[in-house]
Design a binder for this molecule. Structure first.
Ligand code: CA
Length: 333
């Protein structure tokens, strides 16, 4: 047996280094070496901030899926993986279409399956998933919301990936006597199984009256309050409302925003969107853009018939899609 010469030792070392780096890169398909959940772990709320496992204030940025009963085709593992790898989403929002004659109220198991598929994808992929009770009248379905969130918390509450959003957008109803009592019932059901994951609560008038919620917050350590905006409709007046809430120590979460008007359509307001982006960055507010859909309206990120499994080339993205993908590709924190 001959002893290896210096040249073969060098060759061997190089080989090991190459193998080591190939393994590292493959683990996340060339994305960041650590997934968002590996990096941040268990989230919690500290004053007006969402903080990671080390207590550092962080923001999560990502996409909201569209109502599950209308755009269920994008509720699958491959699509969520594409959103993580190509779109740099740290969080994806699964919008359970509650509905009445269609959606969860009519076909609970059909819609539940879509949501759990996205949750399980998020757990495998190491991203956060917002589980959203997508309704404008959640107080009419309190019993169903309680049983839905109990089941989600029991099955998945041990994973730091899960963020509960118990009420998408209340209409013009009272915070004190309608939204808050509803949220308290649902949160109590969640807390039976999951003591610590964050719960986002919608606020009156399409999740805009965060200043009103700030006067009577919910007694739970890990609650954030939803604020939604559409850049062509909501301007400084609404940033002022957010500032009032932030100044009184409320943690805000923009679980939904659009680049256009609040009906999801019309022209994009680039300047106002920019101002909102600066505002969210400055105040460390996490966000999801509305929405992963191929419906013909401005807020959709996809053109009609875009592949349900991701793999979207630039020419399948809409103007809003290109804009948001570009923002997500800029480094967050
Ligand atoms: Ca938990």
């Amino acid at each position: 047996m001959t002893t290896p010469g210096k040249a073969s030792l060098l060759l061997l070392s190089c080989l090991f280094i190459i193998i080591f780096y190939t393994c590292c890169l493959n683990s996340h398909s060339g994305a960041e070496l650590q997934t968002p959940v590996e990096k941040n772990g268990q989230l919690s709320i500290n004053g007006a901030y969402m903080v990671n496992q080390e207590g550092k204030p962080i923001t999560l940025r990502g996409m909201s899926l569209f109502w599950s009963q209308w755009m269920g085709k994008y509720y699958n593992y491959d699509c969520i993986k594409w959103l993580r790898d190509d779109w740099h989403c740290e969080v994806v929002r699964a919008a359970l279409g509650v509905g009445s004659d269609i959606g969860y109220m009519a076909f609970p198991e059909v819609e539940m399956k879509k949501i759990t598929e996205v949750i399980e994808a998020g757990i495998k992929l190491g991203i956060y998933i917002v589980v959203d009770w997508h309704s404008h009248f959640a107080e009419r379905t309190t019993g169903e919301a309680v049983s839905f969130f109990s089941r989600i918390a029991e099955d998945y509450g041990e994973y730091p990936n899960i963020i509960y959003e118990v009420y998408n957008e209340p209409l013009n109803v009272s915070w004190d006597t309608v939204v808050k009592p509803y949220a308290e019932q649902v949160i109590a059901a969640i807390r039976k199984y999951d003591k610590n994951n964050i719960v986002i609560v919608g606020t009156p008038r399409w999740s805009q009256d965060v200043d009103i919620a700030a006067q009577n917050p919910i007694d739970d350590q890990n609650v954030a309050y939803a604020f939604h905006f559409y850049a062509s409709t909501h301007k400084q007046l609404f940033r002022d409302k957010c500032q009032v809430a932030i100044d009184s120590g409320l943690a805000l979460w923009v679980s939904e925003f659009g680049t256009c008007f609040s009906d999801g359509d019309g022209a994009i307001n680039y300047e106002e969107l920019n101002t909102w982006m600066d505002f969210m960055k400055k105040n460390k507010i996490s966000w999801c853009n509305w929405s992963v859909a191929d419906k013909e309206e401005t807020s959709s990120i996809l053109k009609p018939n875009a592949d349900p499994r991701g793999n979207w080339p630039d020419d399948m993205l809409t103007e809003s899609g290109l804009l948001i993908r570009n923002i997500l590709s800029e480094k967050g924190d």
